[in-house]
Write a protein that binds this ligand. Structure first.
Ligand code: ZN
Length: 288
């Protein structure tokens, strides 16, 4: 199933993309894609409801919101593609590098990205996001995939000066408002034959900047779910962002960062694509 949420920010309704890719409103089911839905039998309930009901079409003009409701955490994995570690001037780590991203950074897949106040180094990172279904605590690699609900596209926006030049942990450069657009859909696990063989790409103003494949992940999804679950309980809806491949602005010579008006388009094979336009924080407040 391909789960979407649509409508104004904070007032999104649940929907699906049907087999033809048409958006359908399923809000009359009374379900929404929260902790209970993802951790319980929500998908079965939704399927039963769909079998018995017709649901209205949703206009392509409608805004898409994040395709799930308020996850408890976003756990990000750093340097999980060998070539990206090299462009960042870092070694491939012996164990997954973990860091958090504030959930308040989450926004819809096509919402504008706000270049934060005093930012000069806002950068892009296409990533495969893994959404947890069943709670995971101390799970083995063999069991790990049973705890995955599905997948989505995530742009792990990163302010490199906040992240790398201002001391402390990476979280400061990862958590600004709008730094976690997710979607367009939460694609359930059964729809993705091999999550370790998906092309992922990102363009800035039409120019291909990142073009890689999840087959290049250093630590694969079972490894990550199992590993993270040794340190914290993963709850339904939690997102593991699996790391970005080669081709971020930081790695260019000279480095290149986003500016007001830039268009960022990104997608993952089988999961869909999305587009964000960069808006400078200062321009937002000018027009407000
Ligand atoms: Zn990242």
């Amino acid at each position: 199933m391909r789960l979407i949420r649509f409508g104004a920010p904070g007032a999104e309704k649940p929907g699906i993309l049907d087999k033809t890719g048409t958006r359908r409103d399923v809000s009359a089911s009374g379900l929404d894609y929260d902790h209970h839905f993802l951790g319980g039998n929500g998908l079965d309930q939704l399927q039963k409801w769909l079998d018995a009901n017709d649901c209205p079409e949703v206009s392509e003009e409608e805004r898409l919101g994040p395709p799930l409701v308020n996850p408890s955490k976003i756990v990000c994995v750093g340097l999980n593609y060998a070539q990206h570690a090299a462009e960042s001037g870092m070694d491939v780590p012996g164990e997954p590098v973990l860091f958090f991203k504030a959930t308040s950074a989450i926004c819809g897949p096509n919402d504008p990205v706000i270049i934060p106040k005093k930012s000069e180094k806002t950068d892009w990172e296409i990533e495969l996001g893994v959404v947890i279904g069943k709670e995971a605590s101390y799970v083995s690699k063999e069991q790990a995939m049973d705890h995955v609900a599905g997948y989505l596209v995530h742009n792990d926006y990163s302010e490199r000066a906040f992240q790398l030049e201002q001391g402390g942990q990476w979280v400061k450069g990862k958590s600004c408002d709008t730094f976690a657009p997710i979607g367009p859909a939460l694609v359930t696990r059964d729809e993705v034959a091999d999550p370790h063989n998906l092309r992922l790409w990102l363009k800035v103003n039409g120019e291909m900047m990142q073009d890689s494949n999840t087959s290049d992940l250093v630590f694969d999804i079972p490894h990550l779910v199992s590993y993270i679950s040794q340190y914290m309980r993963l709850l339904p809806g939690d997102i593991i962002s699996t790391g970005t491949p080669f081709g971020v602005g930081l790695g260019l010579n000279p480095p290149r960062y986003l500016k007001h008006g830039d268009s960022i388009e990104l997608g993952i094979e089988g999961l869909g694509s999305c587009r964000q336009t960069a808006i400078a924080y200062e321009k937002l407040t000018e027009s407000a």
